[in-house]
Design a protein around this ligand. Structure first.
Ligand code: M6R
Length: 366
């Protein structure tokens, strides 16, 4: 059942090229240069008249929501707020008929997310579900939705659910951008083309596995770990830190790279590994100067870089390459090495990767 892999998590990491393809299949029609999503099409007016989109989710799904915030705002120019479902539901949120609420949930059973959409519905909002489990409670409660086609995710640490959620949300943002006219037809086509190339590029990124395992062996005994990223890759830094915490029990924090100087920089010494997402485009030069600041404080730098990068390679202790793509799609690639890094550290430490202590696959308690 683990398809020859030692753990479900590793199997699911490796299933991502297929999961992403399955998620855009039938929706991304490149030859016709269109995106077809019934749940969006049927409710186009609601989306186009929306004052804003509010995304509610928990954990990794919340991180996918944060990536989506950057993508929706950049492509479709719709204001987006991303809320922890548990905070949203308990604070008497200001929400009405012209709001669109998107709930993201792999299991479709997360109690706080379910309660958040019930509340939003009761206040007249239109609720759209992005779930993986077909027929799940959130999928049924939403007015409309789109399923991620990741297939069953068994490992408690979410991997392929995350990248397929980002895929769906990117398709939605592109579809709405086209309808609103906030993207040119050539840009739109380029996005479709690049999105179709992602599964192969994920495959490429997975090839760094042995190199990542070697890095994992060097840092597995660290007590703390910092993850930094900017823009589209800031949420990826948060997600990388969550992955490490939940399966290896090493304390990790994700931060927007520029926030480092507002506090976390005080933590940096020769014992602190810092994973920096420093792909080309996306404020690259600024991230490089963050890396210099880390280096001068003797922090250990693991750079996630674009293939062929030379600048970060000179400064960092290690680099892990990912293929080049559009900046907005880069989270689909940069997240891969972070999943593998936490997987290998947890395995090397002898932890129960698929069922980490104190955690459940779906959190149905509040
Ligand atoms: O099923 P959901 O997507 O609603 O689950 C949300 C979180 O409980 C989940 O993402 C959790 O954070 C994962 N264990 C992260 O790997």
């Amino acid at each position: 059942e683990k398809g020859g892999y030692e753990h479900f998590m590793l199997k699911e990491i490796h299933e991502q090229p297929k999961a992403i393809t399955d998620t855009y299949r039938g929706r991304l029609l490149r030859n016709e240069a269109i995106i077809k999503m019934a749940g969006v099409e049927d409710n186009m007016k609601k989306f186009l008249n929306a004052n804003r989109i509010i995304i509610v989710a928990c954990g990794t799904s919340w991180h996918a929501g944060l990536v989506a915030e950057y993508i929706f705002e950049e492509l479709a120019r719709i204001p987006v707020e991303v809320e922890y479902a548990s905070e949203f539901r308990y604070r008497n949120p200001i929400i009405g008929e012209n709001d669109v609420v998107i709930a993201i949930s792999q299991s479709g059973e997360t109690a706080d997310t379910l309660a958040a959409i019930k509340l939003a519905k009761s206040k007249g909002a239109f609720v759209f579900g992005v779930c993986n489990v077909v027929g799940s409670s959130i999928a049924r409660e939403a007015h409309a939705g789109a399923y991620t086609h990741a297939g069953p995710e068994i490992g408690v640490a979410s991997t392929k659910a995350f990248t397929t959620q980002i895929t769906i949300l990117t398709l939605m943002a592109l579809r709405l951008a086209r309808a609103k006219g906030t993207i040119s037809s050539s840009d739109f086509r380029q996005h479709l083309l690049e999105l179709e190339l992602i599964p192969n590029k994920v495959e490429q990124a997975l090839k760094s596995d042995a190199h990542i395992k070697m890095i994992a062996d060097i840092y597995k005994d660290s007590r703390n770990c910092l993850y930094l990223g900017r823009g589209f890759n800031f949420p990826v830094a948060l997600e990388g830190a969550l992955k490490l915490k939940e399966i290896s029990y090493i304390h990790a924090e994700g931060y927007p790279a520029a926030e480092m100087k507002h506090g976390p920089i005080a933590l940096i010494d020769e014992n602190m590994p810092i994973i920096v997402i420093a792909t080309k485009k996306g404020h690259y030069e600024k991230v490089v100067s963050n890396i210099q600041e880390i280096k001068s404080r003797k922090g250990k730098i693991i750079g996630i870089v674009t293939e062929g990068d030379t600048q970060v390679r000179e400064l960092a202790d290690h680099v892990i390459e990912v293929p080049d793509t559009l900046e907005s799609l880069s989270p689909l690639l940069t997240t891969i090495p972070l999943q593998l890094l936490s997987y290998h550290i947890a395995v090397l430490l002898g932890k129960n990767v698929d069922q980490p202590r104190n955690l459940a696959k779906s959190v149905t308690v509040e």
